[in-house]
Design a protein around this ligand. Sequence first.
Ligand code: DX5
Ligand code: ZN
Length: 235
Amino acid sequence: MPRSTWNPCDGAVVLAPSLLAADFGNLAGAIKDLEGSGTERLHVDVMDGAFVPNFTFGTDTVRALKKLTDLPLELHLMIVEPERHLETFAKAGADAITVHYEVSPHLHRTLTEIRKLDCRAGAAINPSTPASCLDDVLEWIDLALVMTINPGWGGQKLIPRMLNKVEQVRGSIERQGLPTEVEVDGGVDATNARSCVDAGANVLVAGSAVFSHADGPAAGGRAVLEAAGAAEANR
Ligand code: DX5
Ligand code: ZN
């Protein structure tokens, strides 16, 4: 799908499986299983060992993923100085690029650059960052990502208080009359997906809940979407 035609800002509740929890030895198999199961995008966590302690994917992996699938790739950059690498990631095949508020002193400029590269632009905030930090850039983003854990690893428990922040971000978006998506990332599973949607999230990132499901990733994804009441929400 050419990324310029990917315009899913219709408020539908969707799942973004995080490949961080997939079997890295068989990414192709995991993606095949997810394709055609209601998954509309893949969440790719890029970590640099500086902004967060962990290392994960780089541009080569993004390039390889692009060859494996037509699903849009949404990159979550957990790296310092993200503005230095936007073009490289866009050329590697990113359809959306999300940068962190905490490492972007010129966030407005960075977001504008992302859109110029024909990618959807996202801004993420850590658990200790207030919702209001996004208020003045909402106009320039397609995706507001509220971290529901501290970034760095999958498999953590969602911090319930973060759902208040999701409500606040959704409230600001509505007050400004924008079509911005609200994404929750970290510890999202079938037990809390409904609360995330009720708080105002419409994009659910899920790693462990999808890839650790006994019946495979497609079944894990369906379980999260069903628990979220996606079918009713999207009617
Ligand atoms: C963590 C990442 C998340 C993570 C989600 O820093 O941003 O995307 O992989 O994984 P789970 O769903 O296992 O918390
Ligand atoms: Zn993520």
